[in-house]
Design a protein around this ligand. Structure first.
Ligand code: WQD
Length: 328
């Protein structure tokens, strides 16, 4: 199998590239290296290309042909919710422009299999029950809008020219494989807690009065290596599917963890005494976001194998290795 991975030098992309290579697949990476890091994928050629630019369609088509690509996994995108609220039009250009250009190139080169990185943010405000794929999709920020329209575009390409597509809706991704760098985007909870510890500060808890067991927000944290496994399962499944097929799957564990529980596990894993500091709620945060992971288990045989302690321990090891210290 010969797979093109856009955004292959990013946090999640590099974990998928690593697994593909371990099983002997050929991998070609396209990345603009704005947030991606070449050091994440040593020894693999990176075609440095901004695929949000329409001028990239011709060289991308040529690359797909020349490399005899069978399948594409499309990670390349911007992913900061707050930034998307400040620069909505730019998010459309970046996330939907790149997908549109990729689809044009795939159609031109006759490449018919695509795994698209979507997000739980397509659901918008959630009610606290485990979220199933058929729940309403009403995104509450431009980032989520780009992911939802992206899913629609992938489905439309199936109807128009026979693309076989899958959109994977990621929940809260964290952790790191032992050999790879962790998430350098420090705006998510786990890396933010580590940043605070490095600075000798206590982690912040945004809101202690939510209708949850301990008052702090509950999320479904999935290990990036489990998420990477889900991509391989999806890619293999696409081989059996008919042209024109499209489906969506949640990728989560089905288990929720609160911010205060995370703080407790960080204390256990690091051995650092921390007293979380309670702050007001952060605007726009739903109380509980937990996936039902039943559909992907039933249809693709995938389920998460790593729990929240392993997620945090692996993230901490990667963080310490990144900052040049000794890993635990
Ligand atoms: C998790 C929880 C915070 C930092 C976002 C996007 C989502 C997806 C993942 C891309 C929340 C709380 C955080 C801190 C805290 N992105 N928190 N103290 O908001 O669940 O999801 O990132 O696809 O679409 O919306 O993730 O990691 O920012 O926050 O208490 O210092 O931790 O309030 O409840 P979130 P997060």
């Amino acid at each position: 199998m010969r797979t093109l991975v856009t955004g292959g030098a990013g946090f999640i992309g590099a974990h998928v590239v690593d697994l593909l290579r371990q099983r002997g697949d050929d991998v070609v990476i396209v990345d603009d290296l704005v947030t991606g890091l070449a050091e994440r994928v040593p020894g693999i050629v990176i075609h440095e290309m901004d695929i949000a630019d329409t001028a990239s369609v011709a060289p991308l088509t040529e690359l797909l042909r020349a490399e005899r690509i069978d399948s594409v996994i499309h990670f390349a995108a911007r992913k900061q919710v707050f930034e998307s609220m400040q620069r909505p039009a730019w998010y459309v250009q970046q996330n939907l422009g790149s997908l549109a250009n990729l689809l044009l190139a795939m159609e031109g080169a006759g490449v018919r299999r695509l795994v698209f990185s979507s997000s739980a943010s397509v659901y918008g405000t959630t009610e606290g029950e485990a979220i199933v794929e058929s729940d309403p999709t009403v995104p509450v920020n431009p980032y989520g809008e780009t992911k939802l329209v992206g899913e629609h575009l992938v489905a439309a390409a199936g109807a128009a020219w026979g693309l076989r597509g899958v959109s994977l809706r990621y929940f809260n991704v964290a952790g790191a494989a032992s050999s790879l760098l962790g998430d350098r985007a420090v705006l998510n909870l786990v890396p933010m807690v580590f940043e605070r510890l490095d600075a000798g500060e206590s982690p912040l808890v945004f809101g202690g009065d939510y209708p949850t067991p301990d008052g702090s927000c509950v999320r479904d944290y999935v290990h990036v290596s489990d998420l990477a496994d889900a991509h391989l399962a999806t890619l293999d499944d696409l081989e059996q599917r008919a042209d024109g097929w499209h489906d969506v799957y949640n990728v989560g564990t089905g288990t929720g963890t609160s911010v205060l529980e995370i703080a407790r596990i960080v204390r256990e894993v690091t051995g650092i005494e921390i007293a979380p500091e309670l702050r007001p709620r952060r605007a726009g945060d739903p109380a509980i976001v937990v996936a039902s992971a039943a559909k992907i288990e039933r249809e693709l045989g995938w389920r998460a194998r790593r729990d929240i302690t392993e997620i945090i321990a692996s993230a901490w090891n990667a963080h310490r290795a990144n900052s040049g210290e000794h890993a635990v």
